[in-house]
Design a binder for this molecule. Sequence first.
Ligand code: ATP
Length: 282
Amino acid sequence: MLTEKAQAKINLTLDVLHKRPDGYHEVEMVMQTVDLSDHLQFQERADAEIVLTCTAPYIPLDQRNLVYQAAHLMRETYGIEKGIHIHIEKRIPVAAGLAGGSSDAAATLRGLNRLWKLGLSLDELAVLGAKIGSDVPFCIYGGTAIARGRGEQIERLPSVSPTWVVLVKPPIAVSTADVYGRLRADEIEHHPDTAGMVHALTTGDVKQISAGLGNVLENVTFAMYPEVERLKQQLLKFGAQGALMSGSGPTLFALVEREQKAVRICNALRGFSREVYLCRFF
Ligand code: ATP
């Protein structure tokens, strides 16, 4: 049996440059993986089936699951006829803006590459991953990177010191398509400074990084779910230097310099939210 971890991601910046003629949004985002991860186990089967099991009861286990799609794509592309059982131990909140499904798909491509001894490079796996979803290529590499295009064009950045991250997820599920559908790309007033964030990351200074956090989807999600904005205000009130919504939300995060302070913020948040996580850049 082989195991692989699938890390959650947060957006330190998320900018939408314009809407493209093909209907997609042209994005520019600084992405970072954190050490909150799903654990995947791969076991070969005697028959030719792809079988999924998962600890979370509400996730589809058929071709709607991105893990299934990744295993299917790998078998089709490389003419593999062996069956596979993949067990997903879910720890990343679902439909939360943390790319849990995309990261599971990326971990599946990495895991099956090892199990079936295909010898593919990360770049080759990222090309395959883009066929499943725009966030999958970043999740193949992990670490710190700028994502452009629809999110699938990755420029890797040097790794950053393992900053503490407090994550808090309001008890709602947000549809990414819905949020992008309501965004008016030509009416965005404040674009995050991607280059400034890249520079801040090289300093490793949490204050500077926090000052550069920005996500143009925040206002869209806040208008749909005012409780998300209220929770962001709580996070700031409890002493976070900066806070931001990840992806299309609703998960919010704050970067914190010292572990003790991060623990204090987590404890304070637990009075308001059942889903609070303490993790680090990974
Ligand atoms: P993103 O940040 O990329 O928008 P997300 O964190 O908001 O992703 P996911 O957790 O990836 O959202 O899940 C969104 C939907 O995808 C879920 O409602 C679920 O039914 C479906 N899905 C398919 N495969 C998976 C998977 N392996 N894990 C979680 N959800 C999955």
